[in-house]
Design a protein around this ligand. Structure first.
Ligand code: ATP
Length: 438
């Protein structure tokens, strides 16, 4: 099956929009690669360049190791499935699936056989004689998939194929699609803005922001060791807590991470302490996911942060407490609207109201919120710490997981133990600080 390589690929549209900025990416034989990022980050443009529907402004697209920039789309052995797939309304399901075979002159007997095989693999064998308007949304999407598969392409390109479906059907179909393409062994590039889709379906995920590739790795790698602050903030629900810390090295004891009113201490036995110690006297970002925080008794010893609950969110299977610990949070732009977003979501508006109330009652807040950083694609690389005028900070609300409907409420004190080995560190440009980091 087909391999894909993008070498220094850039796309600048006629109006000057830099949609894709110097992207390098390899898709291996039979691999399921997911391109993930918020709306407008350039993922569809990458897909369209692989398909040959858009020309790169510079750089090379290689298919099976051969330069493909000048190969017309029909000769690339790729099949595309879009969000707005169009079925021919006047044709039966069977004829819709068979259509590409008819175009390429496959004889009727083989056509019928191949359509039956594909339809049965997709679980639509019993609706072959129906018209598209007699199908459910999920069945129609399966027909579109069938039409792509039946050509036996070397490469599938899928652009948000599930986004028009309801969430139950999406979950069902994502398992089906990833199972099916793996069975067929066809290399696949799948575009989505939905991290759940990316993390559940992909062999590897490539995360983009403003045209720039931020990180590529298996779901475990990008979630467990995000390469940039942006990826750390983008992946996960609730979002990773990102706190500003100033670093102070105590040679004989530990590396202190001063978070404002409290501090954490990274022992020298932690192999990352040496990497962090290079930032002595500087500010870095410390990331902690909710799963790194466990509620403990107020007098518990060890690595503990103490604060007051600003508010609670109840999600049925768990509750989230948002804790004021007297620290400063670093806010990241371009995260899109997915998981409960303290800045942009509806809870965000309530929280903004909370901040206004706090201001009125005297507690200082350092910045405004949700202000665009602006700048060219790739401004992930701009300093997130050293320019307070960019309004990237606000008082931290540490997200902590609690049992459902806990016996605490807003204003209650809460202490949480911090798993120091689960912390993430980022420098002022937003790049990961780690041992043996790429
Ligand atoms: P979405 O998920 O919303 O489809 P995306 O990540 O796929 O977004 P693209 O469609 O690749 O993003 O667009 C990347 C950027 O290029 C956007 O800023 C978009 O407005 C711009 N863009 C796309 N097509 C054109 C075009 N033909 N001319 C000018 N700008 C374009």
């Amino acid at each position: 099956m087909t391999t894909v390589a993008l070498k220094d690929v850039t796309k600048v549209f006629a109006d000057g929009t830099i949609a894709v900025d110097n992207v390098n990416l390899d898709v291996n034989d039979g691999e399921f690669m997911v391109l993930l990022g918020p709306s407008g980050c350039g993922k569809s443009t990458v897909l369209r360049m692989i398909a040959g529907l858009e020309d790169p402004t510079s750089g090379a697209v290689l298919l099976d190791g051969e330069l493909a920039n000048d190969i017309p789309p029909r000769d690339r052995r790729v099949a595309m499935v879009f969000q707005d797939f169009a079925l021919y309304p006047h044709m039966s399901v069977g004829d819709n699936i068979a259509f590409p075979l008819r175009l390429s002159g496959v004889d009727p007997e083989s056509r019928t056989e191949r359509v039956a095989d594909v339809a049965s693999a997709l679980g639509i064998g019993d609706v072959l004689s129906r018209r598209p308007n007699q199908l459910s949304g999920g069945q129609r999407q399966r027909v579109a998939m069938g039409r792509a598969i039946v050509r036996r392409p070397g490469l599938f390109l899928m652009d948000e194929p599930l986004s028009n479906l309801d969430s139950g059907l999406r979950a069902e179909l994502r398992a089906e699609i990833s199972g099916l393409v793996r069975e067929l062994g066809v290399s696949t590039v799948y575009v989505t803005h939905d991290q759940a889709e990316a993390l559940t379906m992909a062999d590897r995920v490539a995360i983009m922001r403003r045209g720039v590739l931020q990180d590529v790795g298996t779901p475990t790698e990008v979630y467990g060791r995000p390469a940039t602050l942006y990826v750390a903030a983008f992946l996960g629900s609730p979002r990773m807590n990102l706190l500003e810390a100033s670093v102070y090295v105590h040679l004989d004891r530990y590396v202190a991470l001063n978070l404002g009113e409290q501090a954490l201490y990274l022992p020298w036995s932690d192999i990352r302490a040496r990497a962090v110690s290079h930032y002595h006297g500087e500010r870095i970002v410390v990331g902690m996911r909710a799963e790194a925080l466990t509620p403990v008794a107020p007098d518990a010893p060890g690595d503990v942060l103490r604060g007051r609950i600003r508010f609670l969110e109840h999600h049925g299977h768990e509750s989230l407490a948002f804790l004021d610990i007297g620290a400063t949070a670093i806010m990241v732009d371009d995260l899109g609207g997915q998981p409960a977003d303290p800045v942009n979501g509806s809870t965000g508006r309530l929280r903004r109201l909370g901040s206004v109330m706090q201001r009125l009652t005297g507690r200082s807040t350092e910045t405004g919120e949700g202000v665009e950083a602006g700048g060219r694609p790739g401004s992930a690389r701009e300093s997130v710490l050293s320019d307070p005028g960019r309004h990237h900070r606000r008082p931290a609300e540490l997200a902590v997981r609690l049992a459902p409907y806990p016996a605490v409420s807003s204003g209650h004190p809460l202490s949480v133990a911090v798993r120091m080995d689960a912390l993430h560190f980022f420098d002022e440009r937003g790049d990961r600080i780690d041992v043996g980091w790429r």
